[in-house]
Design a protein around this ligand. Structure first.
Ligand code: FAD
Ligand code: FES
Length: 289
């Protein structure tokens, strides 16, 4: 069992969960993830290790509640325990001294971009961060990014905070202002990562994205996370999850991720109904002797 040391809300439906896992904390590198089961009969889901402490023996996850498994995880509080946490899995991020890099996070993608931004800064890069959200509530980890990056640009789709527009609009502005960019790392929803690839492609800027296909075993055995990169089949869990953005077949990725949409919607509805029933349960007064 893995003890939950801390759990708190970061944004609506997005939770920071810190777990006691000394062996994983010792070995993990930026860009790696764990496969987790929130309950002993639950689904196995991949989550990026957002932060860790070797000295204190913990890892931190940032979880967006989108379906049954993530919403179950987001109900946990400090003092609870998680049955299975396997990792670290996947290839670490490509961390080099590139020069000027842009780290782009969309929504919960910022949680995945954050550890790589830290590592890129430590490697001696000038790090510009663009962190986007639907509105001000969904701009995550701004303070943490400001602590490690040279420039941070929050963006919102509705203009409620920071730059009014998509992360790609801000990236386009930087390029049009004549900023020399050596490397771009983009993590977020599939359409966002695809759009970033199209912005940087004509300028020949080395660009990497972190893919989010369905994963089951996380060890290259099940084939669930198959993606096409440069016309070749890759397994995101062992060959990735980060790949050259200009080589990824995003349409195939989106199509494969939609394959279980009906089943996922049913499980999510069941989960929401279960929550509603719990709220309707009568409150039984505590009986004391
Ligand atoms: C390498 C990797 C790292 C990730 N890191 C994070 C993270 O740090 N924080 C975070 O909130 N989310 C992260 N995700 C996404 C997270 O795994 C999914 O949101 C989660 O699996 C959804 O499960 P669910 O049962 O709650 O929702 P479901 O209702 O089952 O699914 C909702 C959506 O999540 C995706 N999904 C479902 N199951 C899986 C699966 N087994 N593997 C991948 N995607 C799936 C699908 O696109 C689906 O449409 C990561 C995904 C990958 C591949
Ligand atoms: S998750 Fe099974 S092969 Fe990658």
């Amino acid at each position: 069992m893995f003890n939950v040391l801390e759990a708190r809300d970061l944004a609506p439906g997005v939770r920071y969960v810190r777990i006691e896992a000394p062996k994983i904390a010792r070995r993990r590198k930026a860009g790696q993830f764990v496969i987790i089961r929130a309950t002993s009969d639950g689904e196995r889901i991949p989550l990026t290790i957002a932060d860790s402490s070797t000295e204190e023996g913990w890892i931190a996850l940032i979880v967006q509640g989108v379906g049954k498994a993530t919403k179950t995880l987001n109900r946990l509080e400090a003092g609870d325990a998680i049955p299975d946490v396997a990792g670290p899995l996947g290839m670490p991020s490509r961390i080099e001294r590139f020069g000027t890099v842009v780290s782009i996070g969309g929504g919960v993608g910022t949680a995945i971009a954050y550890p790589s931004a830290v590592a890129l800064k430590e490697a001696g890069n000038q790090v510009i961060s663009i962190i986007g959200g639907r509105n001000s509530s969904y701009v995550l980890l701004e303070e943490e990014m400001r602590a490690v990056c040279d420039e941070v640009y929050p963006t919102t789709d509705d203009g409620s905070y920071g730059y009014h527009g998509f992360v790609t609009d801000k990236l386009t502005d930087l390029i049009e202002e004549g900023r020399h960019l050596d490397f771009v790392l983009a993590i977020g929803p599939i359409p966002m990562m695809k759009a970033v690839a199209e912005v940087t492609r004509p300028h020949g800027i080395d660009t990497v994205v972190s893919l989010n296909p369905i994963m089951v075993d996380g060890t290259g055995m099940c084939g669930g996370c198959r993606v096409a990169v440069g016309g070749e089949t890759k397994f995101a869990c062992v060959d990735g999850p980060e790949f050259d953005a200009h080589q990824v077949d995003f349409e195939l990725l989106a199509m494969r991720n939609r394959a279980y949409a009906g089943f996922e919607n049913t499980r999510r509805d069941e989960m929401d109904q279960e929550c509603d029933r719990r709220q309707l349960l009568p409150v039984v007064p505590e009986v004391t002797a």
